[in-house]
Design a protein around this ligand. Sequence first.
Ligand code: SF4
Length: 335
Amino acid sequence: MEFSNIREVIKNEPRYRTDQIMRAVFVDLVEDWDKVTGLSKKLREELKKKCPLEIKGEIFISSNEDSVKVLMPLVDGKLIETVLMMYKGERNSVCVSCQVGCPMGCKFCATGKMGLIRDLTTDEIVSQVLFFSRYLKKEKKRVRSVVFMGMGEPFANYENVIGAIRLMHDPKGLGLGARRFSISTCGLVKGIQKLAKEELDVNLAISLHASNDTIRRKIMPVAQTYTIKELLEVVDDYIAVKHRKVMFEYLMISDLNDRDEHALELAKLMKGKLYVVNLISYNSTGEFKSSTQKRMKHFKNILEENGVEVTIRYRFGRDIQGACGQLATEKGKHQ
Ligand code: SF4
């Protein structure tokens, strides 16, 4: 969808038209301009031509129906993935992509292997959430939160990510509260510093995935630029401004970062701060294997015994290649 084209089409219309159209697109979630009967036929025809409402996507539903992945073709034929995660209590969350591929090259990540192909526009980011807003509407449900944990590094496409959040936060848009957005970064400190200056109080998550620099450098090239100490200093500055907890994502990879000594090392880094650790079971992508559930629970216990707040995230949709980039990489091979 091209929201920017809508602005162009209605630039000479009275101001109330904008509200009318925003409501139709983001609240009524119309998929056909002819359904917006308050607009003249001429305007509807122009909108149909210049701003078609169709958002294409191939849908994959996990066997236990807790997640739905859509493979979305963009105007240039590139493919991105977006995942809807359905938690108990109707806490439907959409995990969006912000780039086609990713420049950060994390070794455990299928998207990282693609390299950066291009940034997504603000419209392309918002369209992913709109796709699932329409999908859930059919079940009388709503998108409750949006996480930037799909393909791409959000701070490598900062302006478009923040622009998309602003549009979705707009009460005339999807009207999602700022705290319903989470941005996950692999640790681009300049992005964290910029976010600290934003008025919007969104949630920040850091992909840490290692308890020391030696292991982090093995799996995350960004660790060659910033040490964990430097990263945590910037996070602490962020917390001093925002007074909000920061989540540290930790993928549990067998025999790499999941031993007792790593848990103790991680506990030392995390203890006594406004930090929460989120242990994530890993969807193997070849080179690395996931830790067992028993190991994850043991790792969690060590952290808790050492005073760290910690949660475990069950990985959604293993049977639909739930890890980001797996499906787009596979399908992309056959394009
Ligand atoms: S884990 Fe995130 S930052 Fe790292 S390569 Fe994959 S998409 Fe990029």
